[in-house]
Design a protein around this ligand. Structure first.
Ligand code: AGP
Length: 519
């Protein structure tokens, strides 16, 4: 038998023990191999292929998608969807039928599809598709006709998925808040985290571990959790965490942030946290992904699928998710009073509208992008809670325009890197009205004094910055703890337009993958 599997068989260890005790030899320590031995075992005891498959599907627990084939019936594929795992799309062709995880994979062959529901199995041959529930009830499936090219339709009026997803952030930020805020009582609800006051009180340290853009989101989270909940937080990138012999015990949280939930370095970091007895949490976008399933508790980003390789909405959503987490922790630990809690929660109501107002400045940002399209490098400087935004803004430019850019703590410039600044090296300064505003003003002065071109991100009405910077990307005034959600938006659009003007493949930049599932 041959198995195709996506997900985690949560009870595979006991299943494996049973099979091993019956003398079955395993060639790997994967949960996937358990599936195929189970099915073979049922066939060996006299069940036909379909019955063997059904019994197997009923034995495995957890969110899984499984396809089975048997050498004895090579023109048949049996598929099952168990739990809230990824999808199974069945395509109906002429004298042929298809199975795939998503529509775009089969759209060139057929537009007639069936979506397998959870706890259903499908028996597919070239002549037909039969669907049953896992307990054997035949199902008459609904046949959908995809009336348009789903891929281009998914882009809507946008040129690229990245541009669409930048603009989708208004909705995505609304969605990540949905169902989680009681504005009347000023309370936060994150039920999937399974956080209790007892647990909240005994947490002594939080590691945030992630990669790339997700790690920069974690760096903002550090400011939020330390400021609001007064719990020490350390951000360690995934590829370093597992080799750093981290100090983890039963009162340590290891919080992973991952859009795909499948990033190998981040998953490895989670495993290390588990191995050392820590409490495992994750903030994840892909429902049913490994980082969601292996965690003790999680927060779903709820932004909808992110297609563009350069992460945008899956960066801003976790900023808000960590802000909510900080309030929940602080409230359970008695670190904030009711008045403060109500004020912090009330500020969340502003977020979608603030994001929407930045989207309206895209035309201005595109003009600035034209002046920067031929630069060979760029420094991004920020301080405090917006320092991670300097790193994120630089990464956006690097990964889609292939221009070298470096995010740097503004206060560090005088310790060396300021030697880089001249007419050829533009400097992007994050200078919103936050507690570090004044420091950033002097940073702009220093850059200008050395002949640097300064592009500033500044709060509407800031005449001081307007009089100093060569270009200003305006943002609306925002509560400083939520300002990173707003300051990052112009940087996303700036990178997008520079790359587009340079005629590059924004959605699939060279050398990059959307999810780095290898180390
Ligand atoms: C960000 O634009 C990149 N695509 C990359 O840094 C990404 O954030 C990183 O690989 C982590 O991916 P994840 O969130 O799916 O774990």
């Amino acid at each position: 038998m041959v198995v195709v599997h996506n997900g985690i068989v949560e009870n595979f260890l006991e299943l494996k023990d049973e099979l091993t005790s019956e003398g079955i030899v395993f060639n790997s320590d994967t949960d996937t191999e358990t599936i195929v031995h189970l099915a073979e075992n049922h066939k060996a005891s006299g069940a036909g292929f379909e019955e063997a498959a059904r019994r197997t599907f009923n034995q495995i627990e957890g969110a899984n998608v499984v396809l089975l084939m048997s050498i004895e019936e090579p023109d048949k594929i049996i598929a099952a969807r168990i739990g809230n795992a990824g999808g199974v799309v069945l395509g109906i062709g002429e004298n042929e039928n298809y199975l795939a995880s998503d529509i775009p994979a089969i759209l060139e062959h057929t537009r007639k599809v069936i979506f397998l529901e959870s706890r259903q199995m499908a028996v597919v041959t070239r002549d037909g598709i039969r669907i049953e529930t896992l307990d054997g009830q035949v199902v008459q499936p609904e046949i959908h006709t995809i009336s348009f090219d789903a891929v281009s339709a998914e882009k809507g009026e946008y040129r690229h998925f990245m541009q669409k997803e930048i603009h989708e952030q208004v909705r995505a930020l609304t969605d990540t808040l949905a169902g989680r805020i009681d504005f009347k009582e000023g309370r936060i609800r994150l039920p999937e985290l399974k956080l209790t006051p007892e647990l909240a009180k005994r947490i002594q340290r939080i590691y945030i571990t992630a990669c790339g853009t997700a790690a920069y989101a974690g760096m903002v989270g550090k400011y939020l959790i330390e400021k609001i909940a007064r719990i020490p937080v350390e951000v360690v990138i995934g590829s370093e965490f597992r080799y750093s012999d981290p100090i983890v015990d039963e009162n340590t949280v290891v919080l992973a942030i991952s859009q795909s939930g499948e990033t190998a370095d981040t998953l490895a970091a989670m495993e290390e946290g588990r191995r050392k007895g820590g409490i495992l949490w994750s903030i994840v976008n892909a429902i049913g992904s490994q980082a969601m399933r292996i965690a003790d508790g999680y927060i779903a980003m709820q932004t909808g699928p992110e297609i563009g390789v350069a992460s945008t909405k899956a960066f801003t959503a976790p900023l808000v998710d960590q802000y909510m987490l900080a309030i929940l922790l602080a409230n359970m630990r008695g670190a904030i009073d009711e008045k403060t809690r109500r004020e912090l929660v009330a500020d969340l109501r502003l977020v979608p509208d603030l994001a929407g107002r930045v989207m309206d400045t895209e035309a201005e940002i595109e003009k600035v992008a034209h002046t920067l399209k031929d630069i060979r490098g760029c420094l991004y400087l920020g301080r405090g809670i917006n320092m991670p935004i300097a790193y994120e803004g630089a990464l956006k430019l690097k990964e889609i325009s292939y221009i070298h850019a470096e995010g740097y703590p503004a206060g560090e410039m005088k310790h060396g890197p300021i030697a880089l600044i001249d007419e050829e090296m533009p400097v992007l300064c994050l200078a919103p009205k936050d507690p570090w505003h004044e420091k950033m003003i002097s940073q702009i002065q220093q850059a200008k004094a050395r002949g640097g071109t300064v592009i500033a991100v500044a709060t509407e009405g800031d005449e001081l910055v307007k009089g100093m910077a060569d270009h200003v990307l305006w943002i609306p005034e925002a509560p400083w703890m939520l300002s990173p959600v707003v300051t990052v938006l112009p940087l996303q659009m700036l990178a997008y337009h520079i790359a587009t003007i340079r005629g590059l493949d924004v959605d699939q930049p060279r050398n990059l993958a959307k999810s780095v599932t290898v180390e």
